[in-house]
Structure formats: C-alpha cells, structure tokens
Design a protein around this ligand. Structure first.
Ligand SMILES: *[C@@H]1O[C@H](CO)[C@@H](O)[C@H](O)[C@H]1NC(C)=O
Ligand SMILES: *[C@@H]1O[C@H](CO)[C@@H](O)[C@H](O)[C@H]1NC(C)=O
Ligand SMILES: *[C@@H]1O[C@H](CO)[C@@H](O)[C@H](O)[C@H]1NC(C)=O
Ligand SMILES: *[C@@H]1O[C@H](CO)[C@@H](O)[C@H](O)[C@H]1NC(C)=O
Ligand SMILES: *[C@@H]1O[C@H](CO)[C@@H](O)[C@H](O)[C@H]1NC(C)=O
Ligand SMILES: *[C@@H]1O[C@H](CO)[C@@H](O)[C@H](O)[C@H]1NC(C)=O
Ligand SMILES: *[C@@H]1O[C@H](CO)[C@@H](O)[C@H](O)[C@H]1NC(C)=O
Length: 399
C-alpha cells in the first residue's frame, strides 16, 4: 500500500513538473489574439496581411476614435506612452473595408520580486507564502521550486485552493532548503531566492482551549489551563514550552511566566479584579519563534463578597473535586445563611425534645402517684425498677 502511495506521489510530482515546464515554454497566456504591452512605453501594432503599397484604416473598440498620441506608419499603429486608457480591441481594415486583422491589447508592468516568508507550524511540512510587490495589471503565475543536498530542483507544491502559497512535504529537518519563488507574467519574470532551515522557521500555532478559573477560597489565585495546538504532532520528538501572560484590567501591565506544563496557577492576582490571560507556545529548544498569542480569556479570582462568585466556586468544586479545595474546610460553615438555617433547625429540634421530655415526666409522676396510692404495701424493689424503666423512655426518644 505504502509503495503504491509513494509511486502515485512520484507520478503526481512528475506530472506537476511536466505541466510547469510546458507552461513555462509556452508564450501564450490562455487568451487567443491578445497582445501585451508595457505601460508608459511606445507600442507598435502591425496590421497583418497588409502590404506597404495600400493604405489601411485602424479602429479602436470598433470606433475610428483612436487613443490620443497614436500614429500609423507603413500600416502599423504606433501608440506613444501608452496608458491604461489604451487597453482595448484594435482592428485594421483595407481600403475596401475588409477586416485584415484584429488583436486585443493589454497593458501592464513586468513583475517585481515577490516578497516571501516561509514558516512551519510543525516539523511535518513547511510552507512559503508570498505577495507581489508591484501591481502589474496582467495575468500572473508563480513557479516555485526548491533545491537541497538531497534533492535536485523540485517543485514546491502549490494548491489551487490556496493561492500565493506552496508547501514542501516531509522536509529533512537539519538540512537547508534553497527556495526559488518566481513571479512570471507575459512581460517577464522575477525571482526571489531564500534559504530556509526548518529549525529557524518553526512557529507553532497558538495553544488551544484556554480556560481561566478562580480557585475557591483563594482570592489571589487563578487557575489557567490550555491544550497543545492540534497541528503540533504529539508523537513528534519535539516538545513545546509555553508562556502565560496576565494582567488585571485595573493595572494594565503584563506579567509573563514560562512553563512546560499545560496549566499554571497565578498566585499574585489582584483580589476582586478581572484578569486577562493569554498563552503562546514555542519549540522547547527555543527554535524558531513564539506562536501568536491565543485569544484573551478573562476571569475574576474567588471572593466571598458576592453571591455570583460563590456560585461560581461551587461549580468549580463540583467539576474537579481532586484539586485545591481538598485541604480546605467544607463550604457550609462559611456560609452565614446556612449557619442560621442550622441554628434554626437545632433550636426547633431542642424544643421538640423538651416538650416530649416534659410530657413523659408528667405521665411518670402521675403513674408514680397512682402506683404509690394503690400499692403502698408492695415491695420497694419492684417500685424502684418500674420508675427507672419509665424514666429511661424519654431519654431514648431524645437520642
Ligand atoms: C499589395 O496590395 C496591392 C493593392 O492592394 C495588391 O495588388 C498586391 O497584390 C498586394 N501585395 C501583396 C504581397 O499582398
Ligand atoms: C491617458 O493619457 C491621456 C493622454 O495622454 C490622458 O488624457 C488620460 O487621462 C490618461 N488616462 C489614464 C487612465 O491615465
Ligand atoms: C475598450 O474595450 C475594452 C474591453 O471591452 C474595455 O475594457 C475598454 O474600457 C474599452 N476602452 C475604451 C476607451 O472604450
Ligand atoms: C475585436 O474586434 C473585431 C472586429 O470588430 C472582432 O472581430 C473581434 O472579435 C474583437 N475581439 C475582441 C477580443 O473583442
Ligand atoms: C502537509 O501539507 C499537506 C498539503 O498542504 C496537508 O494536506 C497536510 O495536512 C499537511 N500535514 C501537516 C502535518 O500539516
Ligand atoms: C529560479 O526559477 C526560475 C524559474 O524556474 C528560473 O528561471 C531561475 O533561473 C531560477 N533562479 C535560480 C537562481 O535558480
Ligand atoms: C509542572 O507540573 C509539575 C507536576 O504537575 C510540577 O511539579 C512542576 O512544578 C510544574 N512546573 C511548573 C514550571 O509549573
């Protein structure tokens, strides 16, 4: 399967190379009967099939109104210092009004050197991005190639869906690549050369899934968490490190810390103030450059003052019970409203127990009086036992 894939890949590369070479040798730009001229220069348009002895008539866009500063010589039309208003359809006719030839004139400039930047967001691919440095007004294409000690000149692959970019797939990490990005149009070509080393152009994508949360009961802490960018391959041998920058909205100066972990606890936050947090990533060995910062995440440290924040801390606690709060006493005693409720419950329970105890005592006393009246003669032992038994009853009810 892999050999078949590799062979297909090679075929595609060969095909691309063939297409490139045919299009380079072809002087046509996809338009039949179009002539290209440089703005600001003099342009001579010959009238095909005319001979010097017979006069010809020129028309511009079907009309006899020719652009200013134009003249005919030996049947040819000459435009002096042509500008964009001279763009259009030129046709010539013989003295009997027969069309001899026609052509469409486009005007523009030869290409300037493209401006090129290469970067990679991992070590699997690298890409070069370019912009034209001159508006040429003409159809343009780019020929993109690279060379290194392992490869002769090979195409840097362009994707029609992503213009102004080409990619080198599976580059050798420690070798240097000589890139040639050539801008070409009907009036000429201009190339930009660039030496690229993988480890100098690596710039990871920003980290993802940034979350900032208050830490319950710590009014100066914020818990920050994030993930590696998905484009950074986890199985690669190249680790990332991170930097976290944070500031409170009240004191707009950033604090920056570095870590190799995917989380960080800010311990010097301003109590009660909202904080802005961002994270960026870089190759662990300081290769290349830092990624762009993530979008901002915001949070306010835990505080006891507002109902809203105490709600938040409760949810945090539910989400991960394993962290921080385990050393901290349980929430309930801290909540004054809860405590009041407890007191009320205890008080009502006490009242209930007191009533039961009183009723039981009254019954006991009544029974005792009766028993005493009826059986004064009976043995003291039995009397004593029954009284003890009756007295014990209310105690079990209290418990
Ligand atoms: C040039 O034009 C003349 C008159 O229209 C014609 O007689 C002659 O054959 C033409 N010559 C050529 C080479 O076309
Ligand atoms: C082109 O040149 C003509 C005369 O030289 C001028 O009138 C016209 O405004 C110019 N047009 C443009 C688009 O520059
Ligand atoms: C001539 O025709 C071309 C194409 O139709 C058009 O872009 C251009 O503006 C026309 N020029 C003039 C002076 O009418
Ligand atoms: C230019 O004009 C000629 C004559 O009117 C016409 O036959 C030809 O199709 C035109 N070409 C373009 C590109 O408009
Ligand atoms: C490498 O580039 C190709 C083509 O642009 C793309 O399809 C592929 O996802 C890229 N691979 C990585 C790992 O970025
Ligand atoms: C760059 O590529 C262009 C187009 O393939 C070629 O004409 C030019 O010679 C190359 N330049 C160098 C220095 O290789
Ligand atoms: C990274 O995490 C480990 C264990 O979770 C911890 O021991 C270490 O101090 C952390 N390092 C930094 C820089 O926060």
């Amino acid at each position: 399967m892999t050999s078949c894939g590799a062979c297909l890949g090679r075929m595609m590369v060969a095909l691309t190379a063939a297409m490139l070479s045919t299009s380079v040798s072809s002087s046509r730009w996809g338009e039949e009967g179009v002539e290209y001229g440089q703005l600001g220069t003099s342009i001579t348009l010959p009238c095909d099939r005319a001979n010097g002895s017979s006069p010809v008539e020129w028309r511009f866009n079907g009309s006899a109104d020719l652009p200013q500063r134009s003249s005919t010589r030996l049947g040819s039309l000459i435009l002096l210092q042509a500008n964009l208003s001279a763009v259009g359809n030129y046709s010539c006719y013989d003295d009997r009004g027969r069309l001899l030839s026609s052509r469409f004139l486009r005007l523009g400039y030869p290409p300037g050197k493209p401006s090129v930047l290469c970067h990679t967001s991992n070590y699997e691919n690298f890409s070069c991005y370019w912009t034209s440095t001159l508006e040429t007004f003409l159809p343009t294409r780019y020929i993109t190639t690279y060379k290194n000690t392992h490869h002769p000149t090979s195409p840097c692959l362009q994707d029609p869906a992503r213009p102004n970019m080409c990619s080198v797939i599976k580059p050798k990490i420690w070798s240097s690549y000589r890139m040639n990005i050539t801008e070409e149009n009907p009036l000429g070509s201009s190339f930009q050369l660039l030496v690229v080393m993988m480890h100098t152009i690596v710039k990871p994508d920003p980290p993802e899934a940034l979350v900032v949360q208050p830490v319950p009961f710590f009014p100066r802490r914020l818990q920050v968490r994030w993930d590696c960018p998905v484009t950074w391959h986890k199985e690669s041998h190249f680790e990332l490190k991170f930097r976290v920058q944070y500031c409170s909205v009240l004191h707009a100066s950033w604090s920056v810390v570095e870590t190799v972990n995917l989380s960080y606890v800010i311990t010097d936050a301003y109590a009660g103030a909202e904080h802005v947090v961002q994270v960026s990533a870089r190759d662990f060995l300081d290769s290349g450059s830092w990624s762009d910062w993530t979008a901002e995440a915001r949070a306010t440290p835990w505080s006891s003052s507002t109902k809203e924040t105490s709600d938040k801390t409760t949810t945090v606690e539910l989400e991960d019970p394993g962290e921080g709060p385990s050393k901290v006493p349980h929430t309930e005693p801290f909540d004054p409203s809860d405590a009041l409720e407890k007191v009320a419950i205890l008080a009502s329970m006490g009242t209930f127990a007191f009533i039961i105890l009183s009723v039981a005592l009254i019954i006991t006393v009544l029974v005792w009086i009766r028993v005493r009246k009826k059986g004064k003669d009976q043995a003291k032992n039995r009397d004593f036992i029954s009284v003890v038994h009756l007295k014990a009853l209310p105690r079990t009810q209290i418990l």
